[in-house]
Structure formats: structure tokens, C-alpha cells
Design a protein around this ligand. Sequence first.
Ligand SMILES: Nc1ncnc2c1ncn2[C@@H]1O[C@H](COP(=O)(O)OP(=O)(O)OP(=O)(O)O)[C@@H](O)[C@H]1O
Ligand SMILES: [Mg+2]
Length: 442
Amino acid sequence: MDHDENPFQNEDKIFAWKQPLKKDSYEPDQIMHREEEIKLYTNSLQDIVEGHEPNNVFVYGPTGVGKTAVTKWMREKLQVEAKRRSVPLHVVGPINCRHYKTAYRLVTTIVNELRSADDQVAESGHSTDRVFNFLYEEIESLGGNVLLILDEIDNIPPDARNDFLYDLPRAEANEDTPISEAKIGLIGISNNLKFVDALEPKVKSTLGEREIEFGPYNASQLGDILSYYADLAFKDSVLDTDVIPLAAAFAAQERGDVRQGLRILEKSGEYARMEGSSVVNEDHVREATENIETDEILDYFDDKLSIQQGLAYISTTLMVIEPQKEARTKHVYNLYTKLAASVNADQVSERKFYEFLDQLCMLGLARSTERNLGRKGGRTYIYEVTDAPEDIINACKQDSRLGGVLPSNVYDILEHYQKGQATSYQAPDELEAEQRDLFKFA
Ligand SMILES: Nc1ncnc2c1ncn2[C@@H]1O[C@H](COP(=O)(O)OP(=O)(O)OP(=O)(O)O)[C@@H](O)[C@H]1O
Ligand SMILES: [Mg+2]
């Protein structure tokens, strides 16, 4: 490139406004294809504006299907109507439970949201029980209906589960709380039904008074939704006619997830822009979909997994592709300790490590099958990863915290593994010592 040439001076011919395509950073003023869900939601919340007690509502369904978006939209409509009818209503949230590691943090946040700026609770210094009492006092002094919306409740701090999902919505009935005038309703949102299944029955039935299921969108629905965002995000007539249908078809075939469709559109536009093209075409979309899996896994590494969970995920993946040993708990753990040591991370006990593996399964990133160890007795679990190991390894490589843990021969082993997956492949003699060393980690 010429010394005087500035690579940034080319004008963007593709994007008008990127924000609507960015992850959860734009609230649509229109909700499409959720008429049934909105009807059920309205029916569950109608009692509030009619002056009856609020119901608890549980909203569930896979990722990116509008649970949070529809909930926010319902919140606005509910508040407008409550105001019009002079029904006292105070809505807190949606609060994303993923951002709070302890019950204390979560309760303090809510109390502080309800209190004035000069009366905030400190981030430490009280017992959790006491802060809970502050919360009850705030709610009671607000009076009227208080609707608390907790998003991604599968991530609720374990020590907050019963307090929030059971005690709080039943506080009026409980003599030990100061609540008598206020009426509390809880909306809980989750994309993880396993989490809910694992709750105590009494908690489950409190939370699940009203349940609203959000299913995946089909290709034609996704097409309509993506068009709405594309109109905002792209300059006029830069999209070839088959771009939206193709992005929608791809996302529908995967999971029916709008977020993924938006990501494909953004990437497609970027490929077009990089080429200096003034239109986005089918080829750009195909190119965008090729790396989408790796990008999504990278997202997990970046904002859903702790270092320890990331290490558990990558050691499972490596154990899956290593031909010498199967991915049993013990083998995965042994590899984990080596990887953790290599990046100076703490090494947790095997029991604790097992919890991480369990969390990976809960997130849908891994699966386990139980195996009897034969006459020697005992049982173990054999792990698999849900995504292609190649995509996971590529994502890990790009991750700033975990990029360095991959052993130097990882791509050799990956290639060996991939050939082994192909039916026409003749495996080399793995019993030969040299071969064995070649295809082994650490
Ligand atoms: N029916 C719809 N109309 C307009 N926009 C939608 C619709 N459904 C989803 N979206 C948009 O798609 C994106 C993902 O939706 P949302 O955040 O509501 O998913 P979610 O079901 O809460 O997923 P998660 O379980 O991962 O939190 C958001 O940008 C949202 O505004
Ligand atoms: Mg959500």
C-alpha cells in the first residue's frame, strides 16, 4: 500500500447504521410473529391492570427467539395501561442474572434500583438476610404491584434460588416478612429447561404458575424479522434479493435464532465492504455462514464461560480428538490439570471439576453418557462435545485468555481425528510407539 494512502478513507457503501445488527443493543419498536405468545403473556399480566394480584410467569424457549425482546415490549405496554387506569405498578428489570455471582450482589442491585441515589446499600458490609429485608421494606413502602423480571434465571446465583424464585413471590403469605400491602409478581425467563427441572417441586410450581413457551422461528418468519433490521442497518438497495432469504434459511436450519441471522447479515455486509463491493450478494452470505460456528463459540469463551469452565471445555474437546484415550472424566481431568498449569490458572479438585463438566452439559456445549467399568466396578462418564472440535479449537485459539493453552501439535491431532471420522480412511498403526507419541497430548 502506498505510504500516503489512508486505508480508512474509502467510504462505507454498505452500512447505514450498524447498531441494530449488534448483539442485543437495539430494542425493536415492532415485534413480528409472536401473536400467540403475546396473547398468552397479555392474559397472564391482565390481572394487574384489572386490580387483581399479579401472577408469576415463566417464559422459556431456546436462544434468540424473542423472549427478552417480547418481555421488554410487554413491560412498556403494561406500564402505559397501568398508568392510564391509575393502577399502582412498579416494574423492576429485566435484570440479567448472569451478571451477578452472589445473592448479595443481586439483592443489593435491586434494592439500590428502588432506593434514591443518596440512600444506596454498600457492596459489602451487611448480611445477605439483612439486605433481603431491605428489599422487602422497599417493596412494602412502594406498595401496590411490584413486578420483578429476572432474565436468564438459569444463571441465578445458587444461593439466591429459593429466595428469589420461591420466598419472594410468596412474601405476602409469609408472616415473617414485612410485606402486607404490596403485591409481588415475578417473571422468570430461561432458555434452559434442565435448570427448571432440577428445581425443588415447590419452587417449580411457584415460578411456573403461568408458562409461556417460545419456539424457534421458521425461515419465512426469520425472513420478515431480518428484513426489518436490514432496512435500518443497510444503505438503500445494497442487498441482493436472495441475501435475506438465504440468511433466514441458514438460521432456520440451525436453531431458528434471530441473533444468529443478524450476525450473518452483519458479516455478509463486512465481506462485501472488504471487497469494495457496493452490493451484498449470495457469495458474501455463504462466506459469512462458514465462520459463524467458530464466532459463536468464541462468544461463549468471551462472555459466558469462566476461565475454569473454558479450560474444562477445551480439555474435553482435546480428549475427544486424542485417539489414545476416550474422554472419561478422569482422563479429561488429567489433561485439564496440565493445561491449567501451562497458563498458571488455579487447579480445582476433581470433584469441583466435575461440576464444570456438568455446567458445560447444561449449556448444551457437551454431552455425557454413563459407562459401567465392568468387573472392576465403578462408573464413569464419557464426554462428547456438541460442536465440531475444529470450530471449538479455532475459537479457543482466538480467545485472548485461553489462546495459549492449546498444545503445539493440536492441529496434527485434529487432522488425524478428522481423517479417522472419514469412512474411507485407513488408520496408521497406532500401536507403533512412534505413532502413539505423535498423536498424544502433553
Ligand atoms: N419477533 C421479533 N421481532 C423483532 N425482533 C425480534 C423478534 N424476536 C427476536 N428479535 C430480536 O432478536 C434478537 C434476539 O432476541 P432476544 O434477545 O429476545 O432472544 P432471547 O429469546 O431472549 O434469547 P436468549 O435466551 O439468548 O436470551 C434481539 O435483537 C431481538 O430484538
Ligand atoms: Mg434473552
